[in-house]
Ligand binder design. Structure first.
Ligand code: ATP
Ligand code: MG
Length: 309
C-alpha cells in the first residue's frame, strides 16, 4: 500500500472569471471548493493511476466531514489525527480570457511541539513492513525540523520505502534520515546546498552528493525542462514533448505520485522516470491540483525522451 502524509491540509477555492481586476467587485462567479494539501494531491494521482492509497495526517475538526466525504468519493483510505479549529483556505483565480491563473495561499495555524510528538506517535503506529510512505510539503509551523528525519528512520527500521519532497531545514534534516527517494526542484536543491546550481552537469554533481549521503534515488525536477534523475551509477536526463501547460501548481506532486506507483509496480529506473514525468506533464495540462488523465499519461510516456548522461 502507498501512504501519503497530509500535515498541512487546505481548502482550495477555485474561482473562474473572464478577467480579474484588482479593486473591482466580481459577482455571480463560478466557484468550486476542493479539499487539498500536498499529500492529498499526491494520493489523488496515485488513485487515478489505479493503485490503492491512503492519506494519514492532521485534520481540523471543522473540516473533517468534508475531507472524509472527499476521500470516500475518490476511493482514498484515510486516517486523521484530529485537532480543533479549521484548515487554511487557499484561493485560485482562473481567468478564461488570457488563460491566467493566480494562486493565493494562506499560512497554516501554529501547532506546538506537543502536537508534533502526538502526530509522530500516531503516524508511527500506521507504519507496517513493505509499504511505501511519502512525505510531502513543509512542516506545520511549530514542528521541529527533525520531524521527517525521525519518521523516515522509523520507516526504514520497519522495511518501509520512503520518499521525501520538502524544502529548507526539513529537507536538510530529512536527508539525514536517508530516505529511499527525494524529489527537490531546482530552488529546493539550491536551498539545500546554499548556492546556485545551473546546467545538467552541475545538477548531476549535486544530486550525486545526495546519493553519497545515503539517499537511494535523487529526482531533480526541472518544470517544463523535465527532470534529472540519479540512482546508483545511472544518471538520466529526462525530457518532455511540447505540451500546452495551463496550471503548473501541483505538478511536482503528480510527479511524486508517478514515482510511487512506478516503484510499487517494480518498474525499471528509466520507466519509473518516464511514468513520473508523464504524470507531471498531464497535471500541467489541467487546472487544479491532483488532476491527471490516465490515457494522457500513457500517451505522454511514449513521447518522453530518456538519455544517460
Ligand atoms: N510547464 C510545464 N510543461 C510541461 N510539464 C511540466 C511543466 N511544469 C511542470 N511540468 C511537469 O511536472 C514536473 C514537476 O514540475 P516542477 O519541477 O515544477 O515541480 P515542483 O516545483 O515540485 O511543483 P509543485 O511543488 O508545485 O508540485 C516536471 O518534471 C514536468 O514533468
Ligand atoms: Mg514541489
Amino acid at each position: 500500500m502507498i501512504h501519503c502524509t497530509l500535515l498541512n491540509p487546505a481548502i482550495d477555492v477555485l474561482y473562474t472569471v473572464s478577467e480579474f481586476q484588482s479593486g473591482a467587485t466580481l459577482t455571480d462567479l463560478d466557484s468550486q471548493i476542493i479539499p487539498a494539501g500536498k499529500g492529498l494531491n499526491v494520493a489523488r494521482v496515485v488513485k487515478t493511476l489505479g493503485e490503492n492509497v491512503a492519506v494519514a495526517g492532521i485534520m481540523m475538526e471543522e473540516n473533517q466531514a468534508q475531507f472524509l466525504r472527499f476521500c470516500d468519493e475518490h476511493g482514498i483510505k484515510n486516517d486523521f489525527f484530529t485537532l480543533e479549529g479549521a484548515v487554511r483556505v487557499n484561493a485560485t483565480i482562473m481567468e478564461t480570457r488570457g488563460d491566467q491563473i493566480s494562486h493565493l495561499n494562506s499560512r497554516g495555524k501554529r501547532l506546538g511541539p506537543a502536537v508534533a510528538e502526538n502526530v509522530l506517535a500516531f503516524l508511527k503506529k500506521k507504519v507496517v513492513p513493505d509499504d511505501i510512505w511519502s512525505f510531502s510539503g513543509s512542516l506545520p509551523d511549530g514542528f521541529s525540523d527533525e520531524f521527517y528525519r525521525r519518521i523516515i528512520k522509523h520507516c526504514k527500521k520497519n522495511s518501509v520505502t520512503t520518499l521525501l519532497d520538502t524544502r529548507d531545514n526539513a529537507l536538510r534534516m530529512g536527508v539525514m534520515g536517508k530516505p529511499d527517494m527525494i524529489k527537490p526542484n531546482i530552488a529546493e536543491l539550491e536551498g539545500y546546498f546554499g548556492e546556485q546550481v545551473q546546467g545538467t552537469h552541475h545538477i548531476a554533481l549535486k544530486a550525486k552528493r545526495l546519493l553519497d549521503r545515503g539517499v537511494g534515488y535523487a529526482f531533480i525536477s526541472l518544470g517544463g525542462d523535465g527532470m534529472i534523475a540519479l540512482h546508483e551509477n545511472d544518471c538520466l536526463l529526462c525530457s518532455l514533448p511540447q505540451i500546452k501547460a495551463v496550471d503548473t501548481v501541483g505538478c511536482g506532486d503528480a510527479l511524486v505520485a508517478g514515482l510511487l506507483v512506478g516503484f510499487a509496480r517494480r518498474f525499471s529506473f528509466p520507466e519509473m522516470c518516464r511514468m513520473a514525468l508523464a504524470c507531471g506533464a498531464s497535471k500541467a495540462m489541467h487546472a487544479g491540483t491532483g488532476i491527471i488523465v490516465r490515457d494522457e499519461v500513457w500517451q505522454l510516456m511514449e513521447d518522453i525522451k530518456i538519455e544517460s548522461v
